[in-house]
Design a protein around this ligand. Structure first.
Ligand code: DX5
Ligand code: ZN
Length: 222
């Protein structure tokens, strides 16, 4: 039995009551907190930075925080996120000049690195870095906004990356992000994902606990 992780994206949380909303979603069964960082430069939207991560830790959030950097440049902000309490730090390879250097920096700072592939990014970027990372994040929407539709070509990509990961180190997490809901999560799991980001499908639901339990049920049956 695989160890499946549900990681609600706080992009769809109530930013005016973020501490409480995050704590509620953890009580409802969330495993990781997916923390979307956007800079209005790499992506056309602007969100939150290390101060907010630090504030969540100060509020008492103890869960694993999975920081997804949609920013360029990348390296400057990594020590700040490490200090703010991040656990995973993932970045888009095309957003940094030196992918291997960025991976090393994340590790030196005591965090777990991951690389993020956009829908049209080839999995060939993993060829010389897969062994160095703790996570591969496949985007199933173009990064920048919550509530977009899942792009179907991701299914095939998940199958291909699962094969690569199993050949190198099955402990590397295979995370999928964007448009995941109760209708498609079983298929995402079947293809080989083990970590599921979901923003609007969880935070826009009336009952977080019910939605997360239903997701878990669907994943476990796959
Ligand atoms: C998109 C973000 C995702 C997104 C997920 O750029 O990385 O984390 O907000 O939200 P949903 O589940 O609504 O697509
Ligand atoms: Zn994300």
């Amino acid at each position: 039995m695989k160890d499946y992780i549900i990681a609600p994206s706080i992009l769809s949380a109530d930013f005016a009551n973020l501490g409480k909303d995050v704590s509620d979603v953890i009580k409802a069964g969330a495993d990781f907190i997916h923390f979307d960082v956007m800079d209005n430069h790499y992506v056309p939207n602007l969100t939150i930075g290390p101060l907010v991560c630090e504030a969540l830790r100060a509020y008492g959030i103890k869960s694993t925080i999975d920081v997804h950097l949609m920013i360029t440049p990348v390296d400057e902000i990594i020590p700040q996120f490490a200090k703010a309490g991040a656990n995973y730090i993932t970045f888009h390879p095309e957003a940094t000049k030196h992918v291997d250097r960025t991976i090393r920096l994340i590790k030196e700072q005591g965090c777990m690195p991951g690389v993020v592939l956009n829908p049209a990014t080839s999995i060939s970027v993993l060829e010389y870095c897969l062994e160095q990372v703790d996570m591969v994040l496949l985007m199933s929407v173009n990064p920048g906004f919550a509530g977009q539709k899942f792009i179907d070509s991701t299914y095939e990509k998940i199958i291909e990356v699962r094969e690569l990961i199993d050949a190198v180190n099955p402990n590397i997490r295979l995370e999928v992000d964007g448009g995941i809901n109760l209708k498609n999560i079983a298929k995402v799991a079947e293809c080989g994902a083990d970590t599921f980001v979901s923003g609007s499908a969880i935070f826009n639901s009336q009952d977080y606990k019910k939605t997360i339990s239903q997701m878990r049920e669907l994943i476990s049956q796959s």
